[in-house]
Design a binder for this molecule. Structure first.
Ligand SMILES: O=c1[nH]cnc2c1ncn2[C@@H]1O[C@H](CO)[C@@H](O)[C@H]1O
Ligand SMILES: [Zn+2]
Length: 409
């Protein structure tokens, strides 16, 4: 890159229009506040903290989730799960989820939920899965009609404090190729190691199926190590605490300014930044990290965007991806997550494309379909945005100049 190359730091509008891929988003953490109120009325749920005002309800979720503790954060899901106990409610929320993601520029999403949490009014596990699948298909159709293109796959989650993981894994396998692309475990991490559910993971491996595990969010390296080396996870849900196995000399931690360049890699090679055995394994094996910056600030896994490990992990070329986790509880969207990162680390369109291609490479759909998304949707989308930028750069007021090289994943 020459010094004349403009930095393609995207505007808010460009961030929204840029194609994005999302691997970690909870269906029961992304409802529209107005929908929750309507569903509570329709289904007779009387426990909502703000039953009459969508704005106040939205604020309540965000503030209640902002406690610094994963356990407290998870308490807010009792309200969203309470209104997701009927076929119609599940289908409606799934359709709105696909619509909302598509309107935000998400072209591929894997959305997860725990079927076992939706049985209170008599639905079977199968009925839950079929209602959600139907909703996703409807949302994809509505998005297409609105000029947006999205593909949504479901991940079935088992709750780690419960004992239904094998049953849910079997369910995921039964609905494979019918809208379910993989399996996950979630819930409070401390005290519930992933090895409690080894039978489920071993079953899925024998079936050549895919799974991710929430690990390294509220609990550190032992949880990540177990998820990978005992359970055989394909990806890590969060995995952010892998940072505990990366030794950074004082002063080298700040990510600002040099995110795009190869300096992080050479620093690591030259010994300035040292990776422990587990962090090396994660990077060498290209284990995808489903990073969720805003959620981590709320549960206390990071203290600010600037200090979030994503800056360093990107510089060190881990297979890092950007995710929302829970759009309602975190008051976020894919565009909002990228907006924070772009403003904090001066990420460019090339960086956004790097994260997006990382996510698409790590998706649970077949290789040829991932490749088609990358080559036919993601790369052309970014090329179009970059072409616009070059046009702007020729205008009287040129943007900043500097290198912003695209790097390998
Ligand atoms: O960040 C998280 N860490 C662990 N568990 C979570 C997180 N976000 C949501 N859930 C849990 O996953 C269930 C199924 O979607 C939710 O009901 C919530 O309890
Ligand atoms: Zn999560």
């Amino acid at each position: 890159m020459t010094s004349e190359t403009p930095i393609t730091i995207p505007t808010t509008e460009q961030i929204r229009r840029a194609p994005k891929a999302l691997l970690h988003d909870h269906l029961d953490g992304g409802l529209r506040p107005a929908t929750i109120i309507e569903l509570a009325r329709e289904t007779g749920y009387e426990g909502l903290p703000e039953p009459d005002d969508a704005d106040r309800l939205e604020t309540w979720f965000r503030e209640s989730a902002d406690s610094g503790s994963l356990e407290r954060y998870l308490e807010t899901f009792s309200h969203t799960c309470a209104v997701l106990q009927t076929r119609d409610a599940l289908a409606r929320v799934a359709a709105e989820c696909a619509e909302d993601l598509a309107a935000d520029g998400v072209v591929y999403a894997e959305v997860r939920y725990a079927p076992e949490q939706h049985l209170e009014k008599g639905l079977t596990l199968e009925q839950v899965v079929e209602a959600v699948n139907e909703g996703f298909r409807e949302g994809e159709r509505r998005a297409r009609a609105a000029g947006n293109r999205i593909r949504v796959g479901a991940l079935l989650t088992a709750m780690r404090h419960a004992a239904r993981a094998l049953e849910i894994a079997e369910l995921a396998n039964r609905y494979r190729d019918l809208g379910v692309v993989g399996f996950d475990i979630a819930g409070a991490e401390a005290g519930y190691p992933p090895t409690r559910h080894l039978d489920a993971f071993e079953y899925l491996k024998r079936e050549n199926n895919h799974f991710t595990i929430h690990a390294g969010e509220a609990f550190g390296l032992p949880s990540i190590w177990q998820a990978l080396q005992w359970c055989g996870a394909d990806r890590l849900g969060h995995g952010v605490r892998i940072i505990d196995d990366i030794h950074v000399p004082d002063g080298a931690h700040s990510g600002e300014g040099d995110e795009g360049g190869p300096s992080g890699v050479s620093a690591a090679r030259s010994g300035e930044v040292k990776l422990g055995r587990l962090a090396s394994y994660v990077r060498d094996k290209r284990v995808p990290l489903e990073l969720c910056p805003t959620s981590n600030l709320q549960t206390g896994a990071a203290s600010s965007y600037a200090e979030h490990p994503i800056g360093l992990l990107r510089r060190l070329h881990f297979r890092a991806t950007v995710n929302t986790d829970n759009r309602l509880m975190s008051g976020t969207s894919m565009s909002t997550e990228f907006e924070h990162l772009v403003r904090t680390f001066r990420y460019t369109l090339d960086d956004m494309q790097w994260f997006t291609v990382n996510a698409m490479k790590s998706a649970f759909i077949p290789f040829d379909e991932r490749l088609a998304m990358i080559n036919e949707v993601i790369k052309p989308g970014y090329a179009e945005l970059k072409a616009e930028w070059l046009f702007h750069a020729a205008a009287p007021e040129p943007p900043l100049t500097s290198g912003s090289g695209e790097s390998q994943s």
